[in-house]
Design a binder for this molecule. Structure first.
Ligand code: CU
Length: 357
């Protein structure tokens, strides 16, 4: 109710201010104050400032490219990444000359045809030829770009088949961290349910599902084997997040209540990328690309790409869900929770069940 009153107050305030402004305008028109016309000298000055602004504007753009250009992403670290970069480069190649030419013309015309009392403008109301030309050319160019973009999108989002050699990872987003879950040796993810989310079991793992017993989950960093397809599943606990892995040219929204997917094949290890970039500190990052709350900027996770042997070694060292679960049970025995932890879950209430194809 209070919100409604505040809104009403703001709306009425805006209406009142606009009425006052229009009354003041009418008063000054009646007094003849609005009939000001710039003189010839002022006109000439404005006209001369046009090319000056044009040059300053382009100089500013070039300065930005020179001083910030090295912040651009390095070469793509995934197999499909090059197709995205090609799409981006072709789009730049088409729009940059258009941008330069239209701006030169815009400022040139403003300078060349500044008001001159001895010159009369040519009036013409319509030209079919012109209308067709300036509609058809941009439409065709945009159609080509859209179709090209669509074909790239279809190519990179085509799901992997059961025969494809792949690993599977679930990325779980919540305010404000990421968790990566691996299906364990059985290569099957355990069931999850939003109703099981409590305390340490923030993933909502269903402990009655045997497939989940060997699931492994990690925070802070996760590993990927090089030159192997990675099928990602994304979940979110609270609000919409977005899994953004810029070096792999990959991004997918994480939406509460549903599972989204994306897959790619990393083709450069972290060590190789350190060499390519000449930066010994280089790391691949998973970041959140939806402003999801106060600590959104800090919602990130390191990604390590390494050889398959190193990856397997690392994975074997990670704790299984069952082991984590046992620890929780022991803790509960020592200090039983004050309120009842009983949860009533019907099978039909399963919000999201991850299954292997
Ligand atoms: Cu987020």
């Amino acid at each position: 109710m209070t919100d409604l009153l505040i809104l009403l107050g703001v709306v009425l305030g805006i209406i009142a201010i606009s009425k006052v402004v229009s009354v003041l305008n009418m008063v000054s028109t009646a007094k003849g104050e609005n009939s000001y016309m710039p003189n010839a000298r002022e006109n000439r000055l404005q006209a001369r400032l046009m090319p000056v602004f044009l040059i300053a504007y382009f100089a500013f753009i070039i300065w930005q490219i020179v001083s910030w250009g090295d912040r651009m992403l390095p070469v793509a670290a995934s197999e499909h990444g090059q197709t995205i970069d090609d799409l981006m480069n072709i789009t730049w190649l088409i729009i940059t000359p258009v941008f330069v030419i239209t701006h030169i013309l815009l400022f040139y015309f403003a300078w060349k045809y500044a008001y001159d009392k001895n010159r009369k403008a040519t009036y013409f109301s319509h030209s079919n030829k012109l209308e067709i030309l300036w509609t058809a050319i941009p439409a065709t160019v945009l159609l080509i770009l859209v179709l090209y973009g669509l074909s790239v999108w279809n190519k990179i989002t085509t799901p992997l088949t059961a025969e494809d050699d792949k690993i599977e990872i679930e990325l779980y987003a919540r305010q404000f961290d990421w968790t990566a879950r691996y299906p364990g040796e059985d290569e099957k993810f355990g069931k999850v349910n939003v109703r099981f989310i409590e305390g340490v079991n923030f993933l909502g793992m269903d402990s009655s599902d045997v497939n989940g017993a060997d699931d492994k989950y990690v925070k802070a960093e996760f590993h990927l084997p090089v030159n192997k397809n990675v099928q990602f599943y994304f979940r979110a606990q609270d609000v919409i997040h977005s899994a953004y892995m810029p070096h792999f040219r990959a991004q997918m929204n994480c939406v509460p209540g549903m599972i989204t997917r994306f897959q790619f094949k990393p083709n450069k290890t972290t060590a190789e990328m350190k060499e390519i970039t000449g930066n010994p500190e280089f790391t691949y990052m998973l970041m959140c690309n939806k402003i999801c709350g106060a600590a959104h900027y800090n919602m990130k996770m390191e990604i390590i790409v390494e050889s398959e042997e190193d990856y397997n070694q690392w994975l074997s060292e990670q704790k299984e869900f069952l082991a984590v679960e046992e620890t929780i049970k022991v803790e509960e025995k020592i200090a039983p929770p004050s309120d009842s932890t009983e949860t009533n879950v019907e099978e039909s209430d399963q919000l999201s069940v991850l299954t292997n194809d």
